[in-house]
Design a protein around this ligand. Structure first.
Ligand code: HXC
Length: 257
């Protein structure tokens, strides 16, 4: 766990992963990418972790992929090293993830936030895909996930002009689930994460899987997939515990089995 560009802390069943390259506004270089992905996968394997919060600093969640690192590279470098492909592994983590975004979430920073399951913004947050201003396009899924989140109209404008959105516009457009005052961001995000982490872990994983399937399939297939998972949760001890606790008028004690 000797990470240099991130900090990882455990707070009960919630884990907090803080991007920590403040001098570069948390620009996502290769080392940071590999550390975030390795840490997230390690936390995903840990049965004591029920939710992961990813955050940055007050000024920047992340100001994008590292421009200085990318600048000299050729097509062959990018293709053969399959540049940015490791980020896909973050999207395959089964444990729910929360992005707590203050300040700049630009380019790869916006894409990283969109790779998370719940996106909570401080009122200082700024979102955008300004790659076009550098003569490139998004490379960590921005053209796809932003379009699914906010629709073609805004996604196209942001990707073609590089214009950014403030937190209020991002919330109106459906990119973030809510906005909180910057000073409360971490506490609110951790509270949301603690709520999720208090649920049955396998059931939360299935809920996440079901929602994510909606982006990959037709409505009929998605509903079918949901129905199969819904039937499957009746194989868990936590279903019996959750429903028994309701009937007994007491809080459930999930065993995450
Ligand atoms: C490398 C970066 C960086 C980045 C900031 N820095 N963003 N370094 N990659 N993406 C560095 C600056 O070079 C500077 O280093 C230090 O962080 C502080 O940044 P400043 O620009 O001085 O801060 P400020 O004036 O407050 O402006 C903040 C900012 C600006 C508006 C966020 O930094 C900015 O526009 N950054 C780039 C945003 C961007 O284009 N992101 C998309 C990247 S492309 P020094 O050494 O000078 O102190 C991307 C693509 C993914 O993500 C796929 C494409 C292939």
């Amino acid at each position: 766990d000797a990470y240099e560009t991130i900090l990882v802390e455990r707070k009960g069943r919630t884990a907090l992963l803080t991007l920590n390259r403040p001098k570069a506004l948390n620009a996502l270089n290769l080392q940071l990418m590999n550390e975030v992905v390795a840490a997230a996968e390690a936390l995903d394997r840990d049965p004591e972790v029920g939710c992961v919060v990813i955050t940055g600093s007050a000024k920047a969640f992340a100001a994008g992929a590292d421009i200085k690192e990318m600048r000299p590279r050729s097509y062959m470098d990018m293709y053969l090293e399959d540049w940015f492909a490791a980020w896909d592994r973050l999207g395959r983590v089964r444990t729910p993830t929360v992005a707590a975004v203050a300040g700049y979430a630009l380019g790869g920073g916006c894409e990283l936030a969109m790779l998370c399951d719940i996106l909570i913004a401080a009122d200082t947050a700024v979102f955008g895909q300004p790659e076009i201003k550098l003569g490139v396009i998004p490379g960590i899924g921005g053209s796809q996930r932003l379009t699914r989140a906010v629709g073609k109209a805004k996604a196209m404008e942001l990707c073609l002009t590089g214009r950014t959105m403030d937190a209020a516009e991002a919330e109106r457009a459906g990119l973030v689930s809510r906005i909180v005052p910057a000073d409360d961001l971490l506490a609110e995000a951790l509270a949301v994460a603690d709520t999720v982490a208090g649920m049955s872990a396998p059931v939360a994983m299935m809920a996440k899987e079901a929602v994510n399937r909606s982006f990959e399939t037709t409505l009929a297939e998605g509903v079918h997939f949901e129905r199969r998972l819904f039937h499957a949760v009746f194989a868990t001890a936590d279903q019996k515990e959750g429903m028994s606790a309701f009937v007994d008028k007491r809080p459930p004690e999930f065993t995450h089995r």
